[in-house]
Design a protein around this ligand. Structure first.
Ligand SMILES: N[C@@H](CCC(=O)N[C@@H](CS)C(=O)NCC(=O)O)C(=O)O
Length: 222
């Protein structure tokens, strides 16, 4: 049976959700983040990078969430429910599948890092400086980048119900983690279409089953 190595509050939520949408049987091996938010060392026994998600299936060990979602779609979605068919929608599909981790997520990780510069584990005596540095970089550069990306996504969703066409696809599943992180910690106001897209996701029975099996998913971590 397919196995998901699932870290709490992490990108592996996307894989659980995809498996629930595909109605596939699977088992979960759970890992808990430490105080430093890192995954426990045992995850490196499964894959050398020690990140989540990792999936075991058909004697394959698969890492990288976009690659896992594409594998699941190509292997198990025989009726092509979660991959659009028209050329235009396929171009969007490929774009958002890559954009989620390639462009959007690095900005949100930087945000997480710069917000944390004034807090533990930064040594006490350096926190005031760290806080000022973090705020300065956010104001001078990062926040403008995040705003540009947020407006770009919002504009796309004002014209499309889902990221790649009229139906939910793996592109939406891949975008769910950074999009929720953007709403939670991006600091950008008034994103009604993105907010409604998240609400549509959270109403899906497959999303709810994934939460029931994988545990709560409140604030995506790095
Ligand atoms: N680009 C990778 C990122 C994997 C990744 O960084 N996962 C995080 C969880 S969201 C993780 O394992 N963090 C714990 C750690 O770095 O120790 C993917 O999409 O799968």
């Amino acid at each position: 049976m397919l196995t998901v190595h699932h870290l709490n509050q992490s990108r592996s939520q996307r894989v659980l959700w995809a498996l629930e949408e595909l109605q596939l049987p699977y088992q979960i091996v759970s890992y808990q983040r430490g105080k430093n938010m890192l995954a426990p060392a045992e995850l490196k026994d499964i894959h050398p990078l020690g990140k989540s998600p990792v999936v075991e299936d058909n004697d394959y060990i698969l890492a990288e969430s976009g690659a896992i979602l594409e594998y699941l779609q190509e292997t198990y979605d025989s009726v092509q429910r979660f991959r659009p068919q028209s050329i235009e929608d396929k171009l969007q599909y490929r774009f958002w599948l890559h954009y989620a981790e390639g462009s959007l997520m690095p900005l949100l990780l930087m945000k997480l890092v710069f917000v944390s510069l004034g807090k533990p584990p930064v040594p006490f005596g350096m926190r005031t400086l760290g806080n000022a540095l973090g705020k300065g970089i956010q104001k001078a550069w990062l926040d403008q980048q995040v705003e540009t990306h947020a407006r770009f996504i919002e504009e796309h969703l004002s014209r499309h119900r889902w990221f790649a066409g009229a139906e939910l696809s793996m592109a939406d599943i891949q975008m769910s983690f950074p999009a929720m992180a953007l709403l939670a910690r991006g600091g950008v106001d008034h994103l009604p279409h993105l907010t409604q897209w998240v609400q549509r996701i959270e109403q899906r029975p497959a999303w709810q089953r994934a939460i029931e099996r994988g545990g709560p998913f409140t604030l995506p971590g790095g």
